[in-house]
Ligand binder design. Structure first.
Ligand code: COA
Length: 656
């Protein structure tokens, strides 16, 4: 089955997860059958979705207006009869409770009632896709599709391959996840906990609990360290209180894991977290987990990192996933401040291994046994950033970046500069501001690069603009210095393309405006929303936008601040090319390749004199053009171009 053949999606066994999935599917234009166990629950679920859609419309998310929200809600049919729910479904997404016996019965039923071509996707967070497949006669069409709660907010979807899942099914569900505006990560093997939970529950939550159980540190010391010093969204104990301590407890118990006493005791006392008013912290009268910054000052979190990295290394070793994908999954699914393995490279793989070995020698527990990949990396000297290689190679640019990734394809001579803060929709923070001009300076002198493409990580945004959290307490001069950041693509002597897939807002759009070209996927939305913050664009938006779309349209974008669709932006001339969502990557590459095949000196001069000429009197601009034209006559590339034309062959420009 192809993506565009999917018309109807059935969501089975609703709950908040199922509601969110149904909502996403309806937002993407699908007919949705939402099945729940009785009329009352089905109706409640539907009302809940309507409420959520109205909330999204209030914020203007997903381009929703109240009228459109109503239209989306009407695509959803709540019902109870399972046969009715799946009889014309092309994809069934099952979000039933995590009880294997129940799911196995359900899959037998789904297999009988759904059409032959229908794919059965399970939103399980821990159960075996292979076993679910085995109970059906269509194991090739049974796949994992693990969303994170709440699905309309959390961008990640783990797409999991069971032993028999076909490649066609995997690709289809990857594409479907993208269509639902989520970011899919392929999980190539059906391992317990997949990626995020494997890294999060055992190592992050449970190892912290072991440290506290042994009395090596207190709960608030650990939470404080991880939140305030290591920049995780919250500490491991606060997180368990939020998700429900019993969730991880049962998951690990089922896996046969020994439960750390601090967790065992808390669960036995019936203190399951926020939902019971008490967990590791007490939640009363609005009070929450109120640990101080000072508490974490002296706690060394290496043991927690060591276990997380060991787990991630195991996933790589067993070809479940790659470093890049694991990092993206941890950022999007668990809000990690940066990729776990990038951080491991910064800490030093040797230090990670040492911590594991010391713990193993002391406690003889299996979980401290370092996976062979870590030992091998250390033996080969791949100990991380300082050594020039670790989970990532650091030889490409000589330096590594916190908020960016740089990938250079020497064959096509294209450099991809990736805005890499996916959990924050690639918002521009001080790291990114400092790093981007440096990257452009390096790429400028790199002979392997002829074209630079800027894109966003995570599949939802190019960039949602300046990081608003840095506005509080920021000094005016920091923002005045923004100019260097926004001028980097413009001053660069090589052509720069902004590849917009998703949101390009505020500073994100201004960065794109400073590029030579803006191309966008159809689903993208652009805008200058600074006015809602009592501001105006400060990175060239008021000026470059005016030059591109005319004074009054620019004023409307700046003064009203509403986002516009890619289609409208294309009509305005703000976007040069608009591509189908599915073909976006491919089309961007083709466009960049055309530029990379051109004569570099001529392209550089064209960029420089066209930029400068647009701001100069015509006479001076024409003079610049004539001079540049003359200079090009002295280049080898010009000879190559002319000879190739005469000899009817394709020119190969060398940039000389
Ligand atoms: N600065 C800091 N954080 C930002 C951000 C920004 N400009 N834009 C998004 N984020 C964060 C959100 O706070 C959220 O973090 P959380 O998960 O910790 O809550 C995360 O990125 C995802 O964004 P969210 O708002 O949940 O996604 P959404 O799909 O509901 O909405 C946008 C997307 C782009 C409409 C919305 O994030 C937005 O309006 N962002 C601000 C855009 C802006 O005003 N930019 C100009 C700044 S001058």
């Amino acid at each position: 089955m192809k993506l565009d053949e999917i018309k109807t999606i059935a969501v089975i066994g609703a709950g908040t997860m199922g509601h969110g999935i149904a909502e996403l599917a309806a937002l993407a234009g699908y007919k949705v059958k939402l099945r729940d166990i009785n009329e009352e629950i089905a109706k409640k679920g539907y009302d809940q979705i309507k409420w959520s859609l109205n909330k999204l419309a209030e914020k203007g998310n997903f381009g929703l207006t109240p009228a459109k929200a109503e239209e989306v809600a009407q695509r959803i049919t709540p019902l109870v009869d399972i046969k009715e729910a799946v009889k014309d479904a092309d994809v069934v997404i099952e979000a039933a409770p995590e009880i294997m016996k129940l799911k196995l019965e359900l899959y037998q039923e789904l297999d009988k009632s759904a059409p032959k071509h229908t794919v059965l996707a399970s939103n399980t967070s821990s159960l075996s896709i292979t076993d679910l497949g085995k109970i059906t006669k269509r194991a090739g069409q049974v796949v994992g599709m693990h969303f994170f709660n709440p699905p309309v907010k959390m961008a990640l979807v783990e797409v999991i391959k069971g032993e028999k899942t076909s490649e066609e099914t995997m690709n289809l569900i990857v594409e479907l996840s993208k269509k639902l505006t989520r970011t899919p990560i392929r999980v190539e093997k059906d391992v317990r906990g997949f990626i995020v939970n494997r890294v999060l529950v055992g190592p992050f939550m449970f190892e912290s609990a072991w440290i506290a159980s042994r009395g090596d540190a207190t709960i608030d010391q650990i939470d404080s360290r991880m939140k305030f010093y290591e920049s995780f969204p919250m500490g491991p104990f606060e997180l368990q209180d939020l998700t429900g301590i019993d969730i991880g407890y049962h998951l690990m118990k089922e896996a046969g894991v020994v439960i750390p006493p601090v967790i065992e005791n808390t669960v036995k006392a019936g203190n399951l977290g926020r939902k019971t008013g008490k967990g590791f912290y007490t939640y009363k009268d609005g009070a929450g987990a109120n640990y101080t910054r000072e508490a974490g000052e002296k706690f060394d979190p290496i043991a927690i990192y060591a276990l997380m990295v060991n787990e991630a290394a195991w996933l790589i070793e067993h070809k479940v996933s790659t470093a890049d994908q694991i990092d993206l999954a941890c950022q999007l699914g668990a809000g990690f401040p940066e990729g776990l393995l990038r951080r491991a490279d910064r800490i030093g793989v040797d230090k990670i291994l040492k911590s594991l070995d010391e713990h193993y020698a002391k406690y003889k527990e299996e979980r401290y046994k370092a996976t062979p990949l870590l030992r091998q990396m250390v033996e080969q000297g791949k100990t991380g950033e300082k050594a020039g290689a670790g989970f990532y190679g650091y030889e490409k640019t000589g330096k590594e970046y916190k908020a960016l990734k740089v990938e250079i394809d020497k064959n096509s001579k294209i450099a991809w500069v990736i805005l890499n803060r996916p959990a924050r929709l690639n918002a521009i923070n001080s790291d990114m501001r400092a790093e981007l001009p440096r990257v452009f300076e390096e790429l400028r002198f790199n002979d392997d690069v002829r074209v630079i493409v800027i894109r966003g990580e995570g599949g939802r945004a190019f960039s949602a603009g300046a990081d608003i959290t840095e506005f509080v307490g920021g000094k005016p001069h920091q923002f005045v210095e923004l100019g260097e950041f926004f001028r980097a693509p413009e001053l660069c002597t090589k052509p720069v393309i902004a590849a917009i897939d998703g949101f390009a807002l505020g500073g994100g759009l201004e960065l794109a405006l400073a590029c030579d070209f803006r191309v966008a996927s159809k689903r993208s939305e652009v805008g200058q929303p600074e006015i809602f913050l009592g501001l105006i664009p400060g990175g060239g938006g008021t000026q470059r936008l005016t030059r591109l779309v005319g004074l009054s349209r620019a004023k409307e974008l700046v003064m009203i601040g509403e986002r516009v669709s890619a289609e409208k932006a294309y009509q305005y001339g703000l976007i040069d090319h608009m591509y189908e969502n599915e073909k976006f990557e491919q089309e961007v590459k083709l466009f960049a390749e055309k530029l990379a095949a051109g004569p570099p000196i001529a392209i550089r001069l064209a960029k420089q004199i066209m930029n400068a000429g647009a701001e100069s009197p015509l006479e001076a601009a024409l003079l610049m053009e004539r001079e540049a034209f003359g200079i090009l006559f002295a280049t080898e590339d010009m000879m190559e171009g002319v000879n190739s034309f005469l000899m009817k062959k394709k020119p190969e420009f060398k940039g000389r």
